[in-house]
Design a protein around this ligand. Structure first.
Ligand code: AHR
Length: 536
């Protein structure tokens, strides 16, 4: 059994040792009796503290990421204004807009990734036929014609009703170039950049709030040391001005790669916090960078390892947060996990530089467990971006010419979006282990929240590849009379939606939860399934 418990009994300093011993013995008897009883009933126990809900799950945890990489922008979002085969608005696919609106995506990061530190935004404005062609050096060495630029992206965000998150070029750009970009998109007074924007057809500024100051500065963004980057950041961030119209500009420092705690420490220590609203973190679930394993025909061992890597997110956030807490106990600076997801070998036959992979029930497990982790730490993790939206890595949408499909990851993100801006309910969980040989992982993960209409939602994931998991849930302090639910499951872990069978995996109604009394629930989760319950 694996358990996550809140420490609720505190010894007073003056308590007599004998009283302590007596209490311990009584408590021990109670624990033994209780575990014995539980062994005969259910194996998993969740206690949700409904009256202790205080921190909001920011909707921005449900953000996405669109890089000029492979077929994410070209062919994914954008098919060009002159394409008559695929329905579009200003070149952006209509089917994609509809699907992403249903997902309620709160923000979209662009134009990279590694591409961002090679991107010169002025190449992507003005008449399309006059825009320069460049080489996309990081992703396949293909020619980038810059036909999708700043106006295209920001207008698309308006159509998607999502907030743009622009990643500025620190690696190969200049402070002036970034300052100009901010002025171009945000300034509503008279200035050279606002005049240029108006000349290019856009009167009103877009009011972009979220700005990344470089990307992966420790790697493709310039191979900098943390100390060097912190100084660069201070300089760049100084010139990313608010222009008084965004309601507070939000600058995000290029963050650590997984467990590089030194990076976070240096940024938190060396950057004045009045220049810093967020610190990023990138963590991919990958078996081994030199042999990432197949996207579909994976073994159970490979599945287990990927889930292990995904669940490592919990430890990562805990430790990065502990460092941030030392320098920012008020939690003013957000931890922004602006790249996360599963990364496998590319689909056989596809361009290795395009990072195109299928998306199976394994990815649904990554999504469900990771979002539960983000919810748990929602007081610090206030933004995150799944990598990436379409046709790249753990995508929510795949396209093939005029065809489009929604992946299992899409369905999890859609089922979970009821938690956006809801108040998180802390919970304690005792879960059985998912065993593979001698190795184990917690089988069940969960999170809960109350939305603005007073509805409580509980998200449950069973990652066990073979065993169903019965769960007893106590909603401490709650009173409920009605329950509904949805489930995402399939018969094989490797199952996925294909262009031949695009709806093989989709959420269905879940009737397997029973409410007894006001606040006791019993649920059995099938192997590798995700369930979201609504209680009123
Ligand atoms: O998401 C693909 C790439 O992964 C991004 O461009 C980069 O930031 C990361 O290394």
């Amino acid at each position: 059994m694996t358990s996550t418990r809140t420490q609720r009994i505190l010894w007073s300093k003056g308590a007599l040792p004998e009283i302590r011993t007596a209490f311990c013995l009584t408590a021990l008897c109670m624990v033994v009796t209780y575990s014995h009883l539980r062994a005969q009933t259910a194996d998993n126990q969740i206690t949700i503290h409904t009256t202790e809900a205080k921190d909001t799950i920011s909707r921005h945890i449900y953000g996405h990421f669109a890089e000029h990489l492979g077929r994410c922008i070209y062919g994914g979002f954008y098919v060009g204004e002159n394409n008559s085969e695929i329905p579009h608005t200003d070149g952006v696919r209509t089917d994609v807009i509809e699907a992403l609106k249903k997902l309620k995506i709160p923000n979209l990061r662009w134009p990279g990734g590694c591409f961002a530190d090679t991107y010169h935004w002025k190449d992507g404005i003005g008449p399309k036929e006059e825009r320069p062609e460049i080489v996309n050096v990081w992703w396949g060495g293909v020619t980038e014609d810059n036909s999708f630029g700043t106006h295209d992206f920001l207008n698309m965000c308006e159509a998607l009703e999502t907030e743009p998150y622009l990643a500025g070029n620190v690696g190969s750009g200049t402070v002036q170039e970034l300052a100009d970009w901010v002025q171009y998109v945000n300034f509503d007074g008279v200035s050279p950049m606002s005049a240029l924007r108006q000349e290019n057809g856009r009167e009103e500024p877009w009011k972009v709030k979220y700005w990344g100051i470089g990307n992966e500065a420790w790697g493709c963004g310039g191979n900098m040391t943390a100390e060097y980057y912190a100084n660069e950041y201070r300089k760049y961030a100084t010139f990313v001005a608010d222009w008084n119209n965004t309601g507070g500009i939000f600058r995000i420092a290029s963050g650590a790669s997984s467990d590089d705690y030194h990076w976070t420490e240096v940024l938190m220590k060396n950057i004045p916090h009045q220049l810093l609203e967020g610190v990023a973190l990138h963590h991919y679930s990958v078996i081994d960078w030199s042999n990432k394993g197949p996207d579909v025909d994976f073994s159970e061992e490979q599945y287990f390892t990927i889930l292990q890597k995904a669940m490592f997110m919990d430890e990562l956030i805990e430790k990065h947060t502990a460092i941030m807490d030392q320098y920012d106990p008020e939690k003013d600076v957000a931890l922004v996990v602006d790249e996360w997801g599963g990364w496998y070998e590319v689909r056989p036959g596809s361009n290795p530089g395009f990072l195109y992979q299928q998306n199976t029930m394994r990815d649904a497990m990554i999504a469900g467990t990771t979002l539960n982790i983000f919810h748990k730490y929602c007081d610090r993790v206030r933004m995150a971006n799944l990598a990436q939206t379409i046709n790249v890595l753990q995508a929510v949408i795949l396209t093939e010419d005029e065809k489009m499909l929604l992946t299992p990851t899409y369905h999890v993100m859609e089922m979970y979006n009821v938690h956006q801006d809801a108040v998180m309910m802390p919970l304690d969980i005792e879960t059985k282990d998912y065993m593979l040989g001698e190795e184990k992982l917690p089988a069940v993960s969960a999170s809960a929240s109350r939305d603005q209409n007073g509805v409580t939602h509980i998200s449950l994931v069973n990652i066990d590849a073979k065993n169903p998991q019965p769960i007893n849930i106590t909603l401490e302090g709650g009173k409920y009379s009605k329950i509904t639910g949805r489930i995402l499951s399939s018969s094989q872990l490797q199952d996925h939606n294909s262009f031949e069978d695009p709806d093989k995996i989709a959420p269905t109604e879940f009737k397997g939860a029973k409410l007894s009394g006001n606040n006791q629930l019993t649920v059995t989760l099938p192997p590798f399934s995700v369930v979201v319950l609504a209680l009123q």
